[in-house]
Design a protein around this ligand. Structure first.
Ligand code: NAD
Length: 481
């Protein structure tokens, strides 16, 4: 059985406490590797290594930092198959998805920020003949990066790459539910020649390792992606210490469909935006609102297609959905389906655990589920389920659907389908979300600001916004006479 190690000061180390956590393969419910059960002592070691590396890394020329990070990007690409298989075994997602999205995107994250830093510049402000101000942007120090299980390497690298490119050293913690590709990344960082201590990866539970990072007095910046409740806990600890905080949290995204949409395109994309990665993408559209004149047609066609989506072995190319990430998560999703029934919902398809044969009999599979007949403000339509479950609901006009869409505590992303240009812009302007996709979904330009409003988070990732976050501005004012 493979034993994962921490990556501290350039070395692969056992946790100081020498204890491990079982790592499950969601496709068959069996333990297949061991994760370090690290604690604050390992975080301390990692922070010391990062602090020691910082003075040199922070003044290493950008071109040199860029060269090393590009090498990591190349190594991720060279190991595409191996990493995609590892991601699939660890997370339950179809290998095909990991190969097409997760791993290429992890390489792109490094590539994007390794080259982006070469173009990042700060402002100057002239006061005519009186004075000139210029702004310096310096790396902050040791950055704490904490990431979730749904897009493991993709989201881990989305934080680490800009932090490192802008000259910070990092203490990072991947999710204890999906640690494998972060471990494989540590091997690739060693191969790429990343100097010792620049990146440190400490594995283990959130309440031990994550909490120790959030509370560490020498880690002045925390970039976190995960659940809203955890984000609130991190803010509770870190805010009174005046840490810089970026929080990318949960969502309950609306998918608004008008009758004048490009129907076939909408239908195909809505299957993906509902069920990709078993619905475990923070950007999935889980509340589908359909203009009443199109509702019955959409319902019939959508349910017909959803019933055809194959739930199966993640290694099988035919599988559209693999396993959900863990047994507790499967139970949580199934409990929401029960709640939906109690709230008066009708399950149009799915609604059950799927039992596969043989080796996969104990895997965590759920049939893609479509529910109708619920009110916009019931718990099922207000709380994040984060699984292969969507609700559908008719609406009569723009005001009504905007009220439905904006009614939750969340505000991460929204999806809008219409061929009416002015309506598209009008609604986009009135949606309370950080991201609006019109006639598309998950179309990502890494230069754009990424993040949510309300309980979906604080701050933005992406593009130069990430460099702004991972650097501290200092204004220098020079009097000219
Ligand atoms: P989670 O909050 O349970 O865990 C996320 C990370 O935080 C893990 O590494 C975990 O170990 C760690 N953690 C847990 N408790 C901690 C604590 N007290 N202090 C510090 N760290 C702690 O989230 P999850 O279940 O891994 O991920 C699913 C959630 O992430 C969903 O809510 C989803 O919407 C959200 N998400 C958001 C985005 C986004 O960009 N907004 C992207 C992906 C996922």
């Amino acid at each position: 059985m493979q034993t994962i190690k921490n990556y501290i000061n350039g070395e692969l180390l056992e946790p100081i406490g020498k204890t491990y956590i079982d790592n499950y393969n969601p496709s068959n419910g069996k333990v297949y590797s061991l994760i370090p059960d690290s604690d604050e002592r390992d975080v301390e070691l990692a922070t010391e290594a990062a602090l020691k590396a910082f003075p040199i890394w922070s003044i290493t020329p950008k071109g040199e930092r860029s060269r090393i990070l590009l090498k990591i990007a190349d190594l991720i690409t060279a190991n595409l198959d191996r990493l995609a298989i590892a991601e699939s075994i660890d997370n339950g997602k179809p290998i095909a998805l990991a190969k097409m999205i997760d791993i290429p995107r992890a390489a792109s994250n490094f590539h994007f920020y390794a080259t982006g830093i070469l173009h990042y510049s700060a402002n100057s402000h002239s006061m005519e003949d009186t004075a000139i101000n210029y702004t310096l942007r310096s790396p902050v120090g040791v950055a704490g990066c904490i990431s979730p299980w749904n897009l493991p390497l993709y989201l881990f690298t989305w934080k680490i790459a800009p932090a490192l490119a802008s000259g910070n050293c990092v203490v990072a913690k991947p999710s204890e539910i999906t640690p494998m590709t972060a471990y494989l990344l540590s091997e690739l960082c060693i191969e790429a020649g990343l100097p010792k201590g620049v990146l440190n990866i400490v594995h283990g539970y959130g309440h031990k390792v994550g909490a120790a990072i959030s509370a560490h007095p020498k880690i002045p910046l925390i970039s976190f992606t995960g659940g809203t409740k955890t984000g609130a806990e991190i803010a509770r600890v870190a805010a009174p210490m005046f840490k810089k905080l970026s929080l990318e949290l949960g969502g309950k995204n609306p998918n608004i469909i008008f009758a004048d949409c490009d129907y076939e395109h909408m239908l195909k994309t809505t299957l993906n935006s509902s069920f990709s990665n078993q619905g475990q993408i923070c950007l999935c559209g889980s509340r589908i609102f359909v203009e009443r004149s199109l509702y019955e047609k959409f319902k019939t066609d959508f349910v017909t297609l959803v019933k055809k989506m194959k739930v199966g072995n993640p290694a099988d190319k035919e599988s559209r959905l693999g396993a959900v990430v863990s047994k507790p998560h499967m139970e949580k999703v199934l409990s929401y389906i029960e709640l939906a029934k109690q709230e008066g919902g009708t399950v149009l398809c799915g609604g059950n655990q799927v039992k596969l044969d043989g080796e996969l009999a104990d895997g965590y599979y759920i049939a893609p589920t479509v529910i109708e007949g619920l009110t916009y403000n019931c718990r099922t339509n207000q709380e994040e389920i984060f699984g292969p479950v969507v609700t559908i609901m008719p609406f009569d006009n723009e005001e009504e659907v905007l009220m439905y869409a904006n009614s939750t505590q969340y505000g991460l992303a929204s999806i809008l389908w219409t061929e009416n240009l002015t309506r598209a812009h009008r609604i986009a302007n009135n949606l309370h979300t950080g991201i609006v996709w019109i006639n598309c979904w998950l179309l990502r330009d890494l230069r754009t600001p990424f993040g949510g409003v309300k309980s979906s988070g604080v701050g933005r990732e992406g593009g130069f916004e990430a460099f702004d976050f991972f650097t501290e501005p200092k204004n220098v004012c020079i009097k000219l006479k």
